[in-house]
Design a protein around this ligand. Structure first.
Ligand code: AHG
Ligand code: MN
Ligand code: MN
Ligand code: MN
Length: 338
């Protein structure tokens, strides 16, 4: 999956985005401007995350968000970075972020035709111990571009209507995975250049993989089908008797990044405690489901395709099982048989 980085053909994120623009007839480059603004935001947050331990930026902010979570200082820093970068791009009409109760409507002269939903810092419970975290984003084109009329209806939509999605993972290096609906490309931030350079030109999720990823601490609350699937992973029932490995980072971006590259399945089921699951539909489930599908994998709520969910609020939640096609189809079959 990893390509040799050319020494003479600087295929940076910006250059790649332009090639995607050339593929869409009649594009006027506005999505290009928007995606580049997101790339700049990711570079800023990458720098803040890497310096946090030295700049007194670890720890709690002393506030909480609509999710009922105590916000980390870096949750708020990342949130401000993306709000500013997206506003300045002049391409957005509405922003939905995990860290704000209500949607943000962008006023003239900065208003544009795209609605962006984002999780500014995903996995923030891991930030103080240096475990990988990330940013997740999804983009809708406004229903009435150029009309000057933008409403909640521009974001309360199924994920099938997203025009682009991606994430940046701040790990050993900063990796960006992005799709505009024509496959998934991966980039690595070269700190000497300050540029994301292409390293994974055409990401393909392996059709199966002996890795399952789930918070086993919730096992007592799982439904029958999830329990059966996990038991059979442990028994190696579908792997010639060889047990699967369990890998669970606790940052969705890190668990999904590994699943995209190595295969296997990532699961955050609904359970007796969280009857709709924990992960947020708009800015966690939809972008990750779009990426996984674009890379040849599958993403389901357990009973239906994740991207066909209709969110009932901007912070709505849903169960999610995503990754290798064969693994996801197995859990779907078990759900039907339950
Ligand atoms: P966030 O940090 O943006 O609030 O998201 C945390 C999410 C997600 O990153 C991860 O998959 C999940 O929480 C882990 O939840 P548990 O700690 O319950 O396993
Ligand atoms: Mn959070
Ligand atoms: Mn998150
Ligand atoms: Mn978050």
């Amino acid at each position: 999956q990893v390509a040799e980085v050319s020494e003479t053909d600087p295929l940076t994120l910006s250059a790649w985005i332009l090639t995607q623009q050339h593929k869409s007839v009649g594009a006027r480059g506005r999505l290009t401007v928007l995606l580049n603004a997101i790339g700049v935001g990711c570079k800023f947050v990458s720098s803040a995350v890497r310096r946090a331990g030295l700049a007194g930026m670890m720890g709690m902010a002393g506030s909480s968000n609509v999710q009922g979570e105590d916000q980390k200082k870096l949750d708020l820093v990342a949130n401000e970075v993306f709000k500013n970068s997206l506003r300045r791009s002049g391409q957005c009409c509405i922003l939905v972020t995990e860290e704000e109760d209500e949607p943000i409507f962008i006023e003239e002269p900065f208003r544009g035709d795209y609605a962006v939903v984002f999780d500014p810092l995903d996995g923030s419970s891991n930030i103080d111990c240096g475990v990988s975290v990330g940013t997740i984003f999804g983009i809708y084109k406004a229903k009435n571009p150029g009309s000057g009329k933008y409403t909640l209806e521009d974001v309360m939509r199924p994920g099938t209507e997203m025009v682009a999605a991606g994430y940046c993972m701040y790990g050993s290096m900063s990796y960006m995975m992005i799709t505009t609906g024509k496959g998934v490309a991966g980039f690595t931030l070269d700190p000497t250049l300050g540029e994301f350079v292409i390293t994974h030109p055409n990401v393909q999720v392996p059709t199966r993989g002996p890795i399952y990823s789930i918070n086993e601490g919730n096992a007592i609350n799982w439904d029958v089908a999830t329990k059966r699937y996990v038991d059979e992973c442990k028994a190696g029932t579908h792997n010639n008797g060889k047990p699967y490995s369990l890998r669970y980072v606790g940052s969705m971006v890190a668990d999904v990044h590994r699943t995209l590259l190595y295969g296997g399945i990532f699961m955050y089921p609904a359970d007796k405690k969280n009857t709709k699951g924990k992960l947020r539909v708009l800015y966690e489930c939809f972008p990750m489901a779009m990426l996984v599908e674009q890379a040849g994998g599958k993403a389901t709520t357990g009973t239906k395709r994740s991207l066909e969910t209709m969110p009932d609020s901007i912070h709505d939640r849903a169960p999610i099982y995503l990754g290798s096609k064969e693994e996801v189809e197995l859990i779907e079959q078990f759900k039907k048989e339950a």
